[in-house]
Design a binder for this molecule. Sequence first.
Ligand code: ADP
Length: 257
Amino acid sequence: MHSVNHAKNIVEVKDVSFSYGSVSVLENIRFDVHEGDYLGVVGPNGAGKTTLLKIMLGLLEPKSGSVSLFGTPLAEFTDWHKIGYVPQKATSFDSGFPASVYDVVMMGRYSRRGLGCRITAGDRALVEKVLTQVGMWEYKNRLIGSLSGGQQQRVFIARALATEPEIIFLDEPTTGIDQKMHDEFYDLLRALNRENGLTLVLISHDIEKVTEEAMHIACIDRTLVCHTSPEEFLKESASKNLGGEKVKIITPHRHNH
Ligand code: ADP
């Protein structure tokens, strides 16, 4: 039976503020993600969600405040194999990109064990296991660029899983994916969380789906508007018009960074 271990913080975000130049984008964001949690990060376009994710991953440095991963401040954190990241628009390979599905997932093993390492039977078995888990083993010899967006996104999850992470961060992973694939994708995330105990942090504009799937919701709009259960979030956003409706009608934007 899966449960969240509230005694163990996988991510601690402490009073994080950030600005691009003089433009303040995040102010005093503070929350924790516990082991086994499934956190949905929601908020309007331009609210700072991707920026916050990049700060949690150490890709951007906060102006003030700090982040710890697995109890270690980011500056001292070295266990990057524990962290999986599926970025926005991971699905932009063109059809000629010369790597098979199998190769792409094996790259996850290299990042786990270091380039130049010898591939072992254990690596091969793990690649088979994670590709089977995401339902893509039969596509192993296909070129990554020849797959649909939803199939590619599954392969990227498999690559993240191949590093044997304890937490996966996903940034709007279902953008551009059709409805059926979309539902299957959420089913996969649910299984990884509820059955395998993997901790998930998912940015999504799909309030309806994310409040059905996640265990907690963090609503960001420059500040942390709320960090609560999906039920409370829906209640609060209905009574205060906090962002639920606002978010729902906005389609994901694109910017070049
Ligand atoms: P969200 O993910 O919630 O849509 P972002 O974190 O992408 O929000 O962006 C927050 C704000 O920061 C937006 O106003 C966006 O235009 C701005 N922004 C994002 N990236 C950059 C950048 N590299 N340089 C300057 N401004 C940026």
